[in-house]
Design a binder for this molecule. Structure first.
Ligand code: TYM
Length: 340
């Protein structure tokens, strides 16, 4: 049996993003993809488009197909480099669904019911939510364990899914023998919980959209307009106070992460200034950050054949690992090997 674990000195990193909505939003970038791009030299990175997970929203088929390819361009434009990282579409590796099934057989119904994302999306046994939405975290565990990832860079909202993944890895290893690496989350200190600009009590999200969501590919004037109309509060002071000043705190966090300037230094910069000054600075920083991404995206998306080729190269590399993992898994759980 071939050995599925990575043997090189670089730790294995894996993460995924759903090709849903109109594109990727600022939270995806600050909470996840920014870290992916920064890790590519020190880690053996696997990044994928979670198109099977996207199906839980039941998207229009043509839109999903187009969005998957465009999402690849968007990831590359944000700095993910297919020469250094393995970039692929989840559905191109059939083993994900197979491992998802096997792990589902080790997941308790109550355990899956406690996942907050399921509840946040309106899931309950009486709500008409799909079984796919219910087992979403189990498929996510399969994505991660398949590649023996040591570290998974994600935003704060995905922490609970990572906990389930760790539990499933340990349970499988205890029952069938050491098979999976037990992964740890990588949640950035700042930017892991970017809020909606119109309602700073909830997270910015692809599915909400509207004026509270900053799309990575928004035109500069659109970004500026949305930031200038962000909800703040009736006070004047520019300081971090999540309870009293959720909107201002969110804008300061965005500015701090994008400019790499600590929050206390920013508070000092804005002493005696007002919310208009803060919004102006945030708009300038976000526009400057995304202008090169937008330009690069336009170039990449103009060549769909090249994007498909890059995804095929990535799938080839991913498949090698997935096939080795599944050979070990099938043998350990007791599935009779088919005769060639
Ligand atoms: P998705 O597409 O919803 O989100 C992709 C990544 O963006 C992060 N994120 C945020 N971070 C900070 N602030 C926000 N407002 C914000 N919104 C989103 C998410 O935490 C995530 O890291 N379930 C995953 C997709 C997935 C996956 C995996 C991830 C499928 N299989 C395996 C890691 C490993 C998700 O939430 O995608």
């Amino acid at each position: 049996m071939s050995e599925p674990r990575p043997s090189g000195p670089r730790p294995r990193v894996l993460s995924g993003i759903r090709p849903t909505g109109a594109g990727f939003q600022l939270g995806n970038y600050l909470g996840a993809v920014r870290h992916w791009a920064a890790m590519q030299d020190e880690a053996d990175c696997f990044f994928f488009l979670a198109d099977l997970h996207a199906l839980t929203d039941v998207p229009d088929p043509a839109h999903l197909r187009a969005r998957t390819r465009e999402s690849a361009a968007e990831l590359l434009a944000m700095g993910v480099d297919p020469a250094r990282s393995t970039v692929f579409a989840q559905s191109h590796i059939r083993e994900h669904a197979e491992l998802g099934w096997i792990l589902g057989c080790l997941t308790g119904f109550g355990e899956a019911s406690r996942m907050t994302q399921f509840k946040d999306k309106g899931g309950s046994s009486s709500s008409g939510a799909s079984v796919g939405l219910f087992t979403y975290p189990v498929l996510q565990a399969a994505d991660i364990l398949m590649y023996q990832a040591a570290s998974v860079p994600i935003g704060e909202d995905q922490r609970q899914h990572l906990e389930l993944t760790r539990d499933l890895a340990q349970r499988f290893n205890a029952r069938y023998g050491d098979t999976f690496a037990v992964p740890g989350p990588y949640v950035g200190k700042d930017g892991a919980r970017i809020k909606d600009l119109q309602d700073p009590t909830r997270k910015m999200s692809k599915s909400i959209g509207g004026n509270g969501t900053l799309w990575v590919l928004d035109a500069p004037e659109v970004l500026t307009k949305k930031i200038k109309s962000a909800v703040t509060d009736t006070g004047r002071e520019v300081r971090v106070d999540i309870a009293e000043k959720a909107g201002v705190s969110n804008l300061l966090t965005i500015l701090s992460v994008v400019t790499e300037r600590p929050l206390d230094a920013l508070e000092a910069d804005f002493a005696g200034k007002g919310y208009g000054d803060l919004k102006g600075a945030v708009a300038e920083a976000v526009v400057a950050e995304f202008a090169p991404v937008r330009k690069r995206y336009a170039e990449l998306v103009a060549d769909p054949a090249e994007l498909d080729r890059l995804l095929a190269v990535g799938a080839g590399r991913a498949r090698e690992v997935a096939v080795a993992t599944m050979a070990a898994v099938r043998e350990r759980v007791g599935l009779l090997a088919p005769q060639p």
